[in-house]
Design a binder for this molecule. Structure first.
Ligand code: ADP
Ligand code: ADP
Length: 219
Protein backbone atom coordinates (compact mmCIF):
# COMPACT_ATOMS: atom_id res chain seq x y z
CA UNK A 1 0.00 0.00 0.00
CA UNK A 2 1.41 3.40 -1.00
CA UNK A 3 2.10 5.59 2.01
CA UNK A 4 3.10 9.24 2.15
CA UNK A 5 4.48 10.25 5.52
CA UNK A 6 5.80 13.56 6.84
CA UNK A 7 8.07 13.51 9.90
CA UNK A 8 7.99 16.69 11.95
CA UNK A 9 9.83 17.76 15.06
CA UNK A 10 12.49 20.17 16.25
CA UNK A 11 16.01 20.01 14.87
CA UNK A 12 17.90 17.18 16.57
CA UNK A 13 14.74 15.25 17.55
CA UNK A 14 15.78 12.20 15.56
CA UNK A 15 13.85 12.72 12.32
CA UNK A 16 16.73 11.67 10.04
CA UNK A 17 17.56 8.65 12.20
CA UNK A 18 13.95 7.47 12.27
CA UNK A 19 13.36 8.30 8.61
CA UNK A 20 16.18 5.96 7.66
CA UNK A 21 14.68 3.06 9.64
CA UNK A 22 11.02 3.66 8.73
CA UNK A 23 11.67 4.24 5.01
CA UNK A 24 13.67 1.00 4.80
CA UNK A 25 10.93 -0.91 6.58
CA UNK A 26 8.27 0.48 4.24
CA UNK A 27 10.47 0.37 1.10
CA UNK A 28 9.76 4.00 0.26
CA UNK A 29 12.29 6.74 -0.51
CA UNK A 30 13.56 8.96 2.32
CA UNK A 31 13.48 12.57 1.19
CA UNK A 32 15.41 14.91 3.47
CA UNK A 33 15.33 18.58 2.48
CA UNK A 34 18.47 19.21 4.56
CA UNK A 35 20.40 16.43 2.78
CA UNK A 36 19.33 17.74 -0.65
CA UNK A 37 20.40 21.28 0.28
CA UNK A 38 23.80 20.04 1.53
CA UNK A 39 24.31 18.03 -1.69
CA UNK A 40 23.60 21.19 -3.68
CA UNK A 41 26.08 23.13 -1.53
CA UNK A 42 28.78 20.50 -2.05
CA UNK A 43 28.16 20.39 -5.80
CA UNK A 44 28.05 24.19 -5.99
CA UNK A 45 24.84 24.20 -7.98
CA UNK A 46 22.83 27.39 -8.52
CA UNK A 47 20.44 26.27 -5.75
CA UNK A 48 23.40 25.54 -3.49
CA UNK A 49 24.77 29.04 -4.01
CA UNK A 50 21.39 30.60 -3.21
CA UNK A 51 20.85 28.41 -0.12
CA UNK A 52 24.34 28.54 1.42
CA UNK A 53 24.10 31.56 3.70
CA UNK A 54 20.70 30.44 5.05
CA UNK A 55 22.09 27.06 6.05
CA UNK A 56 25.23 28.56 7.55
CA UNK A 57 23.20 30.93 9.73
CA UNK A 58 20.57 28.37 10.73
CA UNK A 59 17.82 30.30 8.92
CA UNK A 60 15.16 28.74 6.73
CA UNK A 61 15.79 28.81 3.00
CA UNK A 62 13.00 30.88 1.33
CA UNK A 63 9.83 28.94 0.62
CA UNK A 64 9.86 29.38 -3.18
CA UNK A 65 13.28 27.70 -3.57
CA UNK A 66 12.46 24.95 -1.08
CA UNK A 67 9.05 24.16 -2.51
CA UNK A 68 10.36 23.96 -6.10
CA UNK A 69 13.12 21.60 -4.97
CA UNK A 70 10.67 19.26 -3.21
CA UNK A 71 8.18 19.35 -6.07
CA UNK A 72 10.91 18.18 -8.45
CA UNK A 73 11.99 15.40 -6.06
CA UNK A 74 8.44 14.17 -5.41
CA UNK A 75 7.70 14.04 -9.13
CA UNK A 76 10.37 11.37 -9.74
CA UNK A 77 9.09 7.86 -10.46
CA UNK A 78 10.44 6.33 -7.23
CA UNK A 79 7.84 8.38 -5.29
CA UNK A 80 4.79 7.01 -7.06
CA UNK A 81 4.26 4.34 -4.38
CA UNK A 82 4.98 6.52 -1.38
CA UNK A 83 7.64 8.66 0.24
CA UNK A 84 8.83 9.74 3.65
CA UNK A 85 9.50 13.46 3.94
CA UNK A 86 11.97 14.59 6.63
CA UNK A 87 12.50 18.31 7.23
CA UNK A 88 9.83 19.44 4.79
CA UNK A 89 7.41 21.12 5.33
CA UNK A 90 8.82 23.54 7.90
CA UNK A 91 6.27 26.37 7.58
CA UNK A 92 2.50 26.33 7.14
CA UNK A 93 2.96 27.90 3.69
CA UNK A 94 5.16 24.92 2.75
CA UNK A 95 2.50 22.54 4.13
CA UNK A 96 -0.14 24.21 1.98
CA UNK A 97 2.14 23.96 -1.05
CA UNK A 98 2.69 20.27 -0.28
CA UNK A 99 -1.07 19.69 -0.30
CA UNK A 100 -1.25 21.22 -3.79
CA UNK A 101 1.75 19.20 -5.03
CA UNK A 102 0.32 15.92 -3.67
CA UNK A 103 -2.99 16.66 -5.29
CA UNK A 104 -1.43 17.49 -8.66
CA UNK A 105 1.05 14.60 -8.74
CA UNK A 106 -0.81 11.79 -7.01
CA UNK A 107 -4.40 12.94 -6.54
CA UNK A 108 -4.21 12.30 -2.80
CA UNK A 109 -2.92 13.72 0.46
CA UNK A 110 -0.28 12.82 3.02
CA UNK A 111 -1.42 9.87 5.17
CA UNK A 112 0.22 10.51 8.52
CA UNK A 113 2.44 13.00 10.32
CA UNK A 114 4.45 11.56 13.22
CA UNK A 115 5.59 14.45 15.44
CA UNK A 116 8.72 13.52 17.40
CA UNK A 117 9.06 15.69 20.51
CA UNK A 118 12.18 15.86 22.67
CA UNK A 119 13.21 18.08 25.64
CA UNK A 120 15.14 21.16 24.55
CA UNK A 121 18.29 20.31 26.54
CA UNK A 122 18.47 16.90 24.91
CA UNK A 123 18.12 18.54 21.47
CA UNK A 124 21.23 20.64 22.07
CA UNK A 125 23.18 17.61 23.29
CA UNK A 126 22.01 15.51 20.34
CA UNK A 127 22.93 18.10 17.72
CA UNK A 128 26.29 19.15 19.14
CA UNK A 129 27.31 15.45 19.30
CA UNK A 130 25.93 14.56 15.86
CA UNK A 131 28.26 13.05 13.27
CA UNK A 132 27.06 13.20 9.67
CA UNK A 133 28.30 11.12 6.76
CA UNK A 134 29.71 12.91 3.72
CA UNK A 135 28.20 10.60 1.12
CA UNK A 136 24.65 9.75 2.10
CA UNK A 137 23.67 11.95 5.02
CA UNK A 138 23.57 9.02 7.48
CA UNK A 139 23.77 10.21 11.07
CA UNK A 140 25.49 8.95 14.22
CA UNK A 141 26.12 10.38 17.66
CA UNK A 142 29.47 10.40 19.40
CA UNK A 143 27.89 8.99 22.60
CA UNK A 144 24.38 7.69 21.89
CA UNK A 145 24.90 6.08 18.50
CA UNK A 146 28.61 5.78 17.74
CA UNK A 147 29.78 4.27 14.45
CA UNK A 148 31.48 0.86 14.62
CA UNK A 149 34.75 2.43 13.44
CA UNK A 150 35.54 5.94 14.68
CA UNK A 151 35.04 8.57 11.98
CA UNK A 152 33.66 6.13 9.36
CA UNK A 153 30.05 5.64 8.24
CA UNK A 154 28.77 2.08 8.94
CA UNK A 155 26.60 2.17 5.82
CA UNK A 156 28.88 3.44 3.06
CA UNK A 157 32.38 3.76 4.54
CA UNK A 158 32.54 7.50 3.92
CA UNK A 159 34.00 10.04 6.31
CA UNK A 160 31.96 11.44 9.21
CA UNK A 161 32.09 15.15 10.01
CA UNK A 162 30.48 17.70 12.29
CA UNK A 163 28.06 19.95 10.39
CA UNK A 164 29.01 23.62 10.56
CA UNK A 165 25.48 24.45 11.75
CA UNK A 166 25.75 21.89 14.59
CA UNK A 167 28.00 24.24 16.61
CA UNK A 168 26.20 25.24 19.81
CA UNK A 169 25.46 28.86 18.91
CA UNK A 170 23.80 27.98 15.58
CA UNK A 171 22.00 25.06 17.20
CA UNK A 172 20.37 27.43 19.73
CA UNK A 173 19.33 29.74 16.91
CA UNK A 174 17.83 26.85 14.90
CA UNK A 175 15.75 25.79 17.92
CA UNK A 176 14.48 29.38 18.15
CA UNK A 177 13.64 29.36 14.41
CA UNK A 178 11.79 26.07 14.95
CA UNK A 179 9.55 27.48 17.70
CA UNK A 180 8.97 30.64 15.72
CA UNK A 181 8.29 29.26 12.22
CA UNK A 182 7.83 25.47 12.32
CA UNK A 183 5.90 24.80 15.55
CA UNK A 184 2.62 26.16 14.03
CA UNK A 185 2.69 23.10 11.74
CA UNK A 186 1.76 20.94 14.72
CA UNK A 187 -1.64 22.61 15.04
CA UNK A 188 -2.03 22.59 11.25
CA UNK A 189 -1.65 18.80 11.04
CA UNK A 190 -3.58 18.23 14.28
CA UNK A 191 -6.52 20.11 12.78
CA UNK A 192 -6.20 17.97 9.64
CA UNK A 193 -6.43 14.82 11.83
CA UNK A 194 -3.02 13.56 10.65
CA UNK A 195 -0.79 14.19 13.68
CA UNK A 196 0.64 11.27 15.68
CA UNK A 197 2.53 12.32 18.81
CA UNK A 198 5.70 10.33 19.46
CA UNK A 199 7.85 10.58 22.59
CA UNK A 200 11.33 11.03 21.12
CA UNK A 201 13.08 11.01 24.50
CA UNK A 202 13.28 7.19 24.42
CA UNK A 203 15.98 5.07 22.76
CA UNK A 204 16.29 5.00 18.97
CA UNK A 205 14.83 1.45 18.85
CA UNK A 206 11.87 2.31 21.10
CA UNK A 207 11.04 5.41 19.06
CA UNK A 208 11.09 3.39 15.79
CA UNK A 209 8.82 0.75 17.31
CA UNK A 210 6.40 3.46 18.51
CA UNK A 211 6.29 5.11 15.06
CA UNK A 212 5.75 1.83 13.21
CA UNK A 213 3.04 0.68 15.59
CA UNK A 214 1.31 4.10 15.34
CA UNK A 215 1.35 3.65 11.56
CA UNK A 216 -0.20 0.19 12.10
CA UNK A 217 2.86 -1.58 10.78
CA UNK A 218 3.93 -4.67 12.71
CA UNK A 219 7.65 -5.53 12.69
P1 ADP B 1 17.01 15.46 13.11
O1 ADP B 1 16.99 14.87 11.73
O2 ADP B 1 15.64 15.56 13.72
O3 ADP B 1 17.76 16.75 13.18
P2 ADP B 1 18.87 13.27 13.77
O4 ADP B 1 18.17 12.02 13.37
O5 ADP B 1 19.95 13.76 12.90
O6 ADP B 1 17.78 14.44 14.05
O7 ADP B 1 19.41 13.04 15.25
C1 ADP B 1 20.17 14.05 15.93
C2 ADP B 1 21.27 13.36 16.74
O8 ADP B 1 20.70 12.64 17.82
C3 ADP B 1 22.11 12.35 15.94
O9 ADP B 1 23.43 12.44 16.40
C4 ADP B 1 21.47 10.99 16.31
O10 ADP B 1 22.43 9.92 16.25
C5 ADP B 1 21.01 11.24 17.74
N1 ADP B 1 19.77 10.54 18.09
C6 ADP B 1 18.70 10.32 17.28
N2 ADP B 1 17.72 9.67 17.96
C7 ADP B 1 18.19 9.50 19.23
C8 ADP B 1 17.61 8.90 20.42
N3 ADP B 1 16.39 8.37 20.43
N4 ADP B 1 18.38 8.91 21.52
C9 ADP B 1 19.62 9.46 21.53
N5 ADP B 1 20.21 10.04 20.45
C10 ADP B 1 19.49 10.07 19.32
P1 ADP C 1 17.90 19.33 11.22
O1 ADP C 1 18.76 18.11 11.28
O2 ADP C 1 18.22 20.35 12.20
O3 ADP C 1 16.45 18.99 11.25
P2 ADP C 1 18.10 19.76 8.35
O4 ADP C 1 19.22 18.96 7.83
O5 ADP C 1 16.72 19.25 8.15
O6 ADP C 1 18.34 20.06 9.87
O7 ADP C 1 18.18 21.23 7.76
C1 ADP C 1 19.38 21.97 7.75
C2 ADP C 1 19.11 23.35 7.19
O8 ADP C 1 18.60 23.25 5.84
C3 ADP C 1 18.07 24.19 7.93
O9 ADP C 1 18.61 24.86 9.06
C4 ADP C 1 17.64 25.15 6.82
O10 ADP C 1 18.63 26.16 6.59
C5 ADP C 1 17.63 24.26 5.60
N1 ADP C 1 16.33 23.60 5.40
C6 ADP C 1 16.06 22.26 5.46
N2 ADP C 1 14.77 22.03 5.22
C7 ADP C 1 14.17 23.23 5.00
C8 ADP C 1 12.84 23.64 4.72
N3 ADP C 1 11.84 22.76 4.61
N4 ADP C 1 12.62 24.97 4.57
C9 ADP C 1 13.62 25.87 4.65
N5 ADP C 1 14.88 25.55 4.93
C10 ADP C 1 15.18 24.24 5.11
Amino acid sequence: MAMYIVLVGPPGAGKGTQAQIVSETLCIPHISSGVIFRENLDNQTELGKLARSFLEHGELVPDDLTIAMIRERLSRPDCKDGALLDGFPRTTDQAEALAVIMNELYDRQVDAVPFIHVHVNALIERMTGRLTCKAGGHVFHEKHNPPKLAGICDYDGSELYQREDDKEETVRHRIHVYFDQTAPLIEYYKDAGKLIEIDGNKSIEEVSADILSALNIGV
